[in-house]
Design a protein around this ligand. Structure first.
Ligand SMILES: Nc1ncnc2c1ncn2[C@@H]1O[C@H](COP(=O)(O)OP(=O)(O)OP(=O)(O)O)[C@@H](O)[C@H]1O
Ligand SMILES: [Mg+2]
Length: 370
């Protein structure tokens, strides 16, 4: 069964306590969430997403709304402080983040500056759903590539640097292609990097999708029920081998120069999602898009749990709207098998069809009460 915890060795990652000061509209708070479902409800603009953003920032060190650090600091404050105890794994960890308007961000992991950001990311793993994620089903392929890339970065410590070197070489190659007289020899230096790094990136994504796709399909059919078949497939623009990418770059030189950018390569790959053999992007209903994205996130949670040995924290911002009652119920039923810590925001707590292991918090003007 998807999300069954029999294969998971360690206790799930959990926020035991979170303290926040000067973060967005949140009042200074000490938040002690429960181990399972934490339902955060309140009116529009109350601060529910801000609380979720604070938790996400602790793990990802960035905002899921793409906000600049400056925007995270409360209007009446000069600094924002997040301080948390995270359990799961061998021992609890203390995380502390301080951001100011002018100084650099200060991070402390167990009282010391962390050696690298990957050490930090391995301490707190999270899976997030927020309304902007609907573009994973309804938007362009770059969203889906980013989804795969972020997952690979969490599993494989060197994937991020390989992808970064691919992207850097691509930017440099594109810059040369825009020049009046592109020097073909200097272009070839970048082709070598692109073929090597591109093969690693393309193969890693294809292998990930082999493992991910059956989980996505199972989650979709558990929640959506009915007989709508979902197809999930990695579609590379060029076969992800060093030779094939090198050959394609060589062959498309004239085409690339005419357009002023590199047309083919892993930067054009897609994670294809189909309903009844037609692209879900343009054919799916809103509820179907939402269910597909939730299935992708559920599959991500399942895969990360298995690969890291620990269930990540799940953050769901405004997850229930657009799903009908029975689909909502089936979705929460599936989540309850995972056994991890979940944070859900909603304006309508009665839409969260969970009876057990649930605690409700109310947010009003940045203040949280039970
Ligand atoms: N840096 C900041 N300082 C103070 N207040 C801020 C800051 N950034 C955003 N806000 C305020 O936070 C509120 C938005 O909070 P949030 O997005 O968490 O609402 P929400 O409870 O999720 O609402 P909805 O149900 O509409 O999604 C707004 O009133 C906004 O003005
Ligand atoms: Mg919100």
């Amino acid at each position: 069964m998807l999300l069954s915890d029999s294969r998971i060795a360690e206790a799930p990652t959990r926020v035991a306590v979170l303290r926040a000061q000067g973060f967005r509209n949140l009042a200074s708070l000490t938040f002690e969430p429960k181990p399972h479902f934490n339902v955060i409800h309140g009116d529009n603009g109350a601060g529910k997403s801000n609380l979720l953003e604070a938790i996400y920032y602790l793990g990802a060190l960035k905002s899921f709304r793409g906000a600049k650090t400056e925007d995270l600091i409360g209007l009446d404050s000069d600094t924002a402080l997040l301080d948390a105890t995270i359990t799961g794994g061998a021992a609890p960890h203390k995380l502390r983040i301080e951001v100011g308007r002018s100084e650099r961000r200060r991070l402390q992991l167990d009282g010391k500056r962390p050696r690298s950001s990957s050490v930090w990311h391995q301490t707190v793993q999270m899976v997030l759903f927020h309304p902007g994620d609907l573009m994973l089903a309804a938007g362009a392929p770059d969203r889906r590539r980013a989804f795969l890339d972020r997952m690979l970065e969490q599993i494989n410590p060197i994937y991020g640097s390989t992808l970064a070197s691919y992207e850097k070489a691509l930017r440099s190659r594109n810059r040369l292609l825009k020049e009046e007289r592109t020097d073909r020899r200097s272009l070839r230096a970048y082709d070598a990097i692109l073929s090597k790094a591109g093969a690693v990136v393309g193969q890693a994504r294809a292998r990930l999708v082999d493992d991910l796709a059956p989980r996505v399909i199972r989650a979709f059919s558990e929640v959506f029920a009915g007989d709508t078949p979902l197809g999930v497939r990695y579609v590379p623009r060029v076969e992800p081998t060093e030779e094939a990418i090198a050959h394609s770059l060589e062959r498309s030189f004239e085409k690339d120069r005419a357009r002023g950018f590199t047309v083919d390569g892993p930067h054009g790959d897609d994670l294809e999602l189909q309903l009844h053999d037609v692209g879900a992007r343009h054919h799916g209903s809103q509820g179907q898009h939402r269910t597909i994205v939730l299935a992708l996130k559920t599959a991500e949670l399942d895969l990360l749990s298995e690969r890291t040995g620990r269930v990540p924290i799940l953050l769901l911002d405004d997850v229930s709207s657009e799903l009908d009652r029975s689909r909502n119920r089936r979705f929460f039923e599936m989540l309850s098998h995972a056994g991890g810590q979940v944070f859900l925001t909603t304006t309508h707590p009665e839409f969260i069809l969970l009876e057990n292991d649930r605690v409700d918090f109310h947010v009003e003007a940045g203040r949280i009460t039970r």
